[in-house]
Design a protein around this ligand. Structure first.
Ligand SMILES: NC(=O)c1ccc[n+]([C@@H]2O[C@H](COP(=O)([O-])OP(=O)(O)OC[C@H]3O[C@@H](n4cnc5c(N)ncnc54)[C@H](OP(=O)(O)O)[C@@H]3O)[C@@H](O)[C@H]2O)c1
Length: 151
């Protein structure tokens, strides 16, 4: 009962909010994206930080590694022919890397997003325990923070 109420209040909190999510192509990240879009379709926007050379490649990664996966089947069935439009409206790809300062986002992007983003969920991390030590530590311990500014 209490768990059910909590789930409702979390979903309610996401209504009309914009969320920056890192690690969305990962095992847990895609589950998170699907769940938010399913339980709170009135979320305003999900900004997905993706490692890619450009926005087009980031879009393709999202399509093939996130929204095109079997886990999105129920959402696809629910939205029918409107699924692609729903995804287009809700998901905004951001090219970036958590190991770079400000996630590799440039100042104009940061300025724009600082107005829009209400919540940040950082799910990105290397989970390869044979990763080079400096990369592993940089990614898992010294992740850069975002310097949001309202100026
Ligand atoms: N899976 C579990 O059962 C579990 C349980 C407890 C805790 N966790 C923790 O939850 C987190 C996510 O786990 P997971 O299983 O989802 O991991 P995963 O499948 O290996 O996914 C890792 C995600 O992080 C992204 N990433 C890695 N380095 C990045 C960088 N420098 N910049 C931007 N994105 C980067 C990857 O992007 P690319 O696709 O570009 O590589 C991918 O989206 C980890 O901290 C893990 O330890 C996981």
């Amino acid at each position: 009962m209490i768990g059910e109420m909590d789930a409702h209040s979390v979903a309610g909190y996401f209504r009309n909010k914009s969320i920056l999510i890192t690690g969305s192509t990962g095992f847990l990240g895609k589950v998170l994206v699907e769940k938010i879009l399913r339980v709170q379709p009135d979320v305003k926007k999900l900004f997905l930080l993706i490692r890619a050379p450009d926005v087009e490649s980031a879009k393709i990664r999202i399509q093939t590694e996130v929204t095109g996966r079997e886990i999105f089947r129920v959402l696809k069935e629910n939205h029918g022919a409107g699924f692609d439009n729903f995804i287009e409206e809700k998901i905004c790809p951001l090219v970036g890397n958590i190991m770079k300062e400000n996630f590799g986002l440039d100042n104009s992007q940061l300025k724009e997003f600082s107005k829009d983003i209400d919540i940040i969920i950082n799910g990105a991390a290397t989970t390869n325990f044979f990763e080079r030590y400096d990369v592993f530590i940089a990614c898992r311990v010294f992740t850069y923070s975002l310097q949001f500014s309202n100026e």
